[in-house]
Ligand binder design. Structure first.
Ligand code: ZN
Length: 246
């Protein structure tokens, strides 16, 4: 389910004003190691791989779970093979036409801005009303990210590092990646450990940095994203490299 995220609050202020909540079971009885396990389970059931993207107006970031498994083949390749087989049969047969028709569903999949993650895009709720009321045809994708973070100041402070070091963020466009990773507020980029990019870039954009001895000298969204990634000291995994679209 797509959920909107907003700017993170001031952690230092939260820490100075947080109630210790020692009368609660969570903080009064459970040791930090067990609380850490509780948080980890919450992230697992919410989805450890999350797409992060801007809304259709380009204003707010949202997230939704990735339903693709690592290494899963793109079904569009099989559909292309099927279409090509149909075309060959038509050429050999009585039909004079050698072209084949692609229905609207597959046409949308082939042109999806989410690339091989088109099944994840199709899982998004389609109406603003559904997004607003956190509704979906299946409730299996409701996440516990915000409920845990909003439980109280202390859970926010304690669970935030666990969340951002456990979840892999997936970006399918540069604009969303820059908005998310360049912002000093959301998410705290210093805590991020794992990112996945699925980008389609013009060949020239992908290689333009070869003309400069420093990425910072080459302006543009792709160069800014590369510079941002190089500044993320704790990042230890990002994959795969984007492909050239033309
Ligand atoms: Zn996905």
């Amino acid at each position: 389910m797509a959920q909107r995220s907003s700017a993170s609050p001031d952690v230092a202020h939260l820490r100075s004003t947080a109630n210790l909540q020692l009368e609660s079971t969570l903080f009064g009885r459970l040791p930090p190691e067990i609380r850490e396990m509780v948080y980890a389970e919450c992230w697992v059931v919410s989805g450890l791989r999350q797409h992060v993207f801007l809304d259709c107006h380009g204003r707010q970031l949202g997230h939704s779970p990735c339903i693709r498994t690592s290494g899963e083949p793109d079904e569009r390749n099989y559909e292309i093979q099927r279409l090509m087989s149909c075309r060959r049969r038509n050429r050999r047969g009585a039909r004079s036409r050698s072209s084949v028709a692609v229905d609207r569903l597959w046409a949308a999949r082939f042109s999806s801005d989410w690339h091989e993650h088109w099944p994840c895009e199709e899982m998004l709720p389609r109406t603003p009303e559904k997004v607003a009321r956190n509704d979906h045809s299946s409730h299996s994708h409701r996440s516990l990210f915000l409920p845990i973070l909003l439980l109280c100041k202390r859970t926010y402070i304690e669970a935030l590092p666990s969340l951002y070091s456990s979840v892999t963020f997936i970006f399918t466009d540069i604009k969303s990646a820059l908005r998310c990773l360049s912002s000093p507020f959301h998410p705290p980029t210093a805590l991020l450990r794992s990112l996945i990019f699925s980008l389609a870039l013009p060949f020239r954009t992908l290689h333009e940095q070869r003309d400069y001895y420093s990425p910072s000298l080459c302006d543009g969204p792709w160069a800014r994203l590369c510079t941002t990634l190089s500044d993320m000291a704790r990042l230890h995994r990002y994959a795969p490299l984007p492909s050239a679209s033309t």
